[in-house]
Design a protein around this ligand. Structure first.
Ligand code: KG4
Ligand code: ZN
Length: 335
């Protein structure tokens, strides 16, 4: 069985092919990020037009890489939400045309669940139930995963997503977009204890998050402490201190969710899970608390179509299939 995955929820146009054993035959990702850079964030119209222009090329490239032709595909999996509505519609329309013309089944995939599935693909030994932490540019959610079909939301951000906080702090510091990788790079050269930025826990029992406070704290710290812009080392220290405050809250809440639900397996996914300090910190903390923590391999942490193909194939094997009235759900959550 060969599954084609299609991902166009935001700024990456991605197509992948996997086989029955979930081996990756092709993983093509192209990004419109260079076109958004000068605006300091994603411009939806530019992202949509980029998908329209590149999706066909990505498919050709993926088939070539996998050494197959279109008729060899058995299933078409596509992200149907959450994301930018126009961007999602490009992928969905493309998937429907392929499904219709090839007479192959179609399956819609939730992008957030696919981020968790990326880690499950990497670590096939993981037993359910698990606690999942999704940390991306648009979402920060803690979920209880009973099995691959049943997810329950335990907590989510009340304001900025943590990836968004990284992006906004990078913007304040003039580091460019996307901010996460730049903040991580500069943080490696900085002192984590230099500035004690606030850790926002909300009420003690809550598994919700809030990251807008720490972002504003960075803004005020710069305003109050520097007549001119901070120098190179000072920027490094701010990045390291900010990053540490976000990571500590994420780890505390995720481990609290494990404790509450008496589950010893934590699965982390989404773009921010690519952060190496976050991985190191989670592994240190989880070993103390006797929780096993699992991450996707680095190239499956960021948006990709392999995780979409993987989850789509798994759901299809459980008897799930989508109809042709599948449509974009830009605000799709965990349900
Ligand atoms: O999952 P993703 O690729 O796209 C969404 O579904 O949003 O996540 C993108 C987010 C961006 O906010 C980006 O700045 C952040 O992930 N990110 C990182 C790192 N790499 C990407 N944040 C912190 N450290 C990183 N190394
Ligand atoms: Zn994502």
């Amino acid at each position: 069985m060969l599954t084609l995955g299609i991902e166009t929820s935001c700024d990456e146009t991605a197509i992948a092919v996997i086989n029955e054993k979930e081996e990756i035959l092709a993983n093509i990702v192209t990004s419109s990020i260079p076109l958004h850079k000068k605006f300091g964030g994603i411009i939806p119209e530019i992202a949509c037009r980029f998908h329209v222009e590149y999706i066909g090329h990505c498919l050709e490239e993926a088939l070539k890489k996998a050494g197959i032709s279109l008729k060899d595909i058995d299933l078409i999996a596509v992200t149907y939400g959450p994301g930018l509505v126009g961007a999602l519609l490009v992928g969905i329309s493309f998937a429907k045309s392929l499904s219709w013309s090839l007479k192959r089944p179609l399956i819609g995939v939730n992008h957030l669940k696919a981020h968790i599935y990326a880690a499950l693909m990497e670590h096939k030994i993981i037993k359910f139930p698990v606690i999942g932490l999704i940390i991306s540019g648009g979402h920060t959610c803690l979920v209880y995963v009973l099995d691959i079909e049943h997810f329950q939301l335990l907590g989510q951000t009340r304001d900025d997503a943590c990836g968004e906080a990284f992006d906004k702090v990078a913007k304040i510091l003039g580091l460019g977009y996307p901010g996460g990788p730049m903040v991580e790079k500069r943080a490696r050269l900085g002192k984590r204890q230099k500035v004690k930025f606030p850790r926002t826990y909300l009420d003690t029992q809550s598994l919700d998050f809030s990251f807008s406070g720490v972002k504003t704290a960075v803004l005020y710290y710069i305003r109050d402490n520097f007549k001119n812009n901070p120098n190179r080392q000072e920027v490094n220290d701010i990045c390291a201190s900010f990053q540490e405050s976000v990571i500590e809250v994420l780890a505390d809440k995720a481990l609290a969710a494990c404790q509450k639900r008496k589950i010893h397996r934590l699965v982390v996914g989404g773009g921010v899970s690519a952060n190496s300090r976050l991985r190191e910190y989670f592994l240190q903390r989880s070993s103390l608390g006797k929780v096993e923590v699992y991450f996707p391999c680095l190239n499956l942490s960021l948006d990709n179509a392999v995780m979409v193909a993987g989850l789509g194939q798994k759901l299809y094997k459980k008897g799930k299939v989508s109809k042709f009235n599948l449509t974009a759900e830009p605000n799709l959550g965990i349900k």
